[in-house]
Design a protein around this ligand. Structure first.
Ligand code: NAP
Length: 519
């Protein structure tokens, strides 16, 4: 069993009791009592006497990220390993470096209570395997090796330390890229992982809250068989995809966990990440969402490795969904274009083939604009496109014109004079925080009750453009609909199960803080 441990700094008895009680109520089965700043050890004794929860006593040195003054190690260890404190037999975290400085440090300690630890804030120790061997050679109950992740690959080095260790082990990476090691500690049967009581009380960089560990990252459901999924992006911290997919796993009972995966923008970083993670034994990497700036990298990777590429994804030049194959021949598709098409046809109550009877205006020629234009042209809609950078609009029109539907580029003022059935904003104009903007600027909205207006922006759920469209009596589609649909198709691709779309919509609505009507 992997413990879920909440670190608590002790300075005051009442506050410490309050925090331990809160940690237990939140689901912790262990607390780390940080005594770095403690002088009155009767407080610690009172807390141990309470027996509210299994405990680790830690006095972290300044050299390893704590506040405990160097030079006090022997006195502190002696106090913890002699009466009255030793009768409670909590775990004691003792740094390997302290044992090396003071070989007699552990002479009175009971071996079954010792966690031998090392923490490196500069990055992965150069001599990781020797360090692990050294730690495991010193009599103790648990080995703990922690460092600040320099890159996502460090997670695999940490998880590797958890494969058949000679004794219970904690191996964690600090920092944003290290989140994977913190959550997957349970899949790889680590002794424990840490989670903070709240965001302000985190004791190490990248430590997430116990609420997120339990609710967002499905702590209770993780087991050795759990399949791993993730969103590959930079930046990735803002992504709503983990909340969406993990809620879908919970709703359907699928044995999966979905994590943010921070990968540097260049192709080599993406390639190394995918090579390493796909073949890491025991990880069970099964599917990846791919987003900015990696959609082109994913396509290139599939081309170079002989993977399967969905036809339209190849033509759009962007893969946003990867299904991982243990042979190394992965497959990729683009669920953005399907989400755009299906949002439109569902609202209009038509089939994809009936799109050929429509005239669509698309503003924006970035990644989303490209997916919209390619998909509409593929299904025969006549498409008019306008973009701030007019050359981009022209080259997009040239590329897709005549595949089935006609595609024409034109300036925005001309586009707004054309009669269209559907108007799609694929620019980022109007996105949070600049919610008072629209891609039309000061121009009068050309919308009518016969039109469908689709804003691909999902934050805010109702943009100023959509408010204007409603004012003209138009039907509207929010980017939330597209976001949920692209994720739902990913979920169905990976799991073979029907996606719980209402649950997914509600997750987005909760995150964006507004009620949402269902479609
Ligand atoms: P992108 O590739 O960077 O393209 C951005 C587009 O916005 C370009 O056409 C750009 O024009 C235009 N633009 C940016 N600032 C502008 C301004 N001040 N005035 C006029 N045009 C401006 O980004 P993307 O990935 O396509 O994303 C675009 C939007 O789609 C974002 O709002 C994003 O949230 C949304 N999106 C939604 C979903 C969903 O599931 N709902 C999925 C993906 C994206 P230039 O070419 O002239 O720079």
């Amino acid at each position: 069993m992997t413990h879920l441990c909440v670190p608590i700094f002790i300075t005051d008895l009442t506050l410490a009791r309050r925090d331990i009680t809160a940690a237990v109520a939140a689901g912790a089965d262990m607390v780390e009592l940080r005594t770095d700043k403690l002088h009155d050890f009767s407080i610690l004794e009172a807390l141990l006497k309470d027996k509210l929860c299994e405990a680790i006593i830690t006095s972290r040195s300044r050299a390893e990220g704590g506040f405990s003054p160097t030079g006090e190690e022997e006195a502190r260890a002696a106090r913890l390993t002699s009466p009255p404190l030793n009768q409670y037999a909590p775990f004691l975290d003792i740094e390997i470096a302290a044992v090396q400085r003071h070989p007699t440090l552990l002479q009175n300690a009971s071996r079954e209570t010792i966690i031998l630890s090392t923490h490196d804030f500069a990055g992965k120790p150069a001599n990781l395997s020797e360090l692990s061997q050294l730690a495991n050679s010193i009599p103790a109950a648990v080995t703990k090796i922690v460092w600040k992740a320099g890159a996502i690959r460090d997670n695999l080095d940490a998880l590797n330390l958890l494969k058949n260790p000679p004794r219970p082990t904690i191996a964690l990476c600090m920092g944003e890229p290290g989140l994977i090691s913190r959550v997957l500690a349970k899949k790889f049967a680590a002794f424990l992982t840490f989670a903070s009581l709240n965001a302000e009380s985190a004791t190490a960089p990248g430590q997430i809250t116990i609420a997120d560990m339990k609710n967002l990252y499905r702590w209770d459901a993780i087991r050795p068989s759990t399949k791993v999924f993730g969103v590959v992006a930079k930046p990735v911290g803002h992504s709503m995809s983990p909340a969406l997919h993990n809620a879908a796993f919970t709703a359907t009972g699928f044995d999966g966990i979905y994590l943010p995966m921070l990968v540097e923008p260049d192709y080599e970083s993406f390639k190394n990440f995918l090579d390493d993670f796909a073949k890491f034994e025991g990880l069970d990497l099964t599917g990846l969402s791919v987003t900015i700036p990696h959609k082109g990298n994913a396509l290139r990777y599939l081309k170079e490795t002989g993977g399967q590429i969905e036809d339209l994804a190849g033509r759009i030049g962007a893969v946003n969904t990867l299904s991982i194959n243990p042979t190394g021949k992965h497959s990729g598709k683009n669920t953005d274009y399907a989400a755009i098409l299906d949002s439109i046809i569902t609202e209009l109550g038509i089939t994809r083939d009936q799109l050929s009877t429509l005239r669509a205006a698309v503003v924006g020629a970035g990644g989303t604009g490209r997916a919209a234009v390619a998909a509409l042209a593929h299904y025969g809609a006549e498409t008019l496109i306008s973009n701030r950078d007019a050359d981009k609009a022209r080259s997009l029109a040239n590329e897709f014109n005549g595949h089935r539907g006609k595609v024409t580029a034109m300036p925005l003022d001309d586009l707004l004079r054309e009669k269209c059935d559907v108007f799609i904003n694929t620019t980022s104009v109007g996105m949070f925080p600049k919610v008072d903007e629209t891609p039309l600027g000061d121009r009068r909205p050309p919308f009518s009750a016969k039109m469908l207006v689709f804003d691909t922006i999902y934050n805010p759920m109702k943009t100023k453009l959509l408010t204007q469209a409603e004012g003209c009596g138009s039907k509207t589609i929010s980017g939330v609909e597209m976001f949920v649909r692209q994720a739902a198709v990913q979920f169905e691709t990976w799991t073979g199960l029907p996606a719980p779309r209402e649950v997914m919509r509600q997750v987005i609505a909760d995150r964006l803080g507004k009620p949402l009507h269902s479609r």
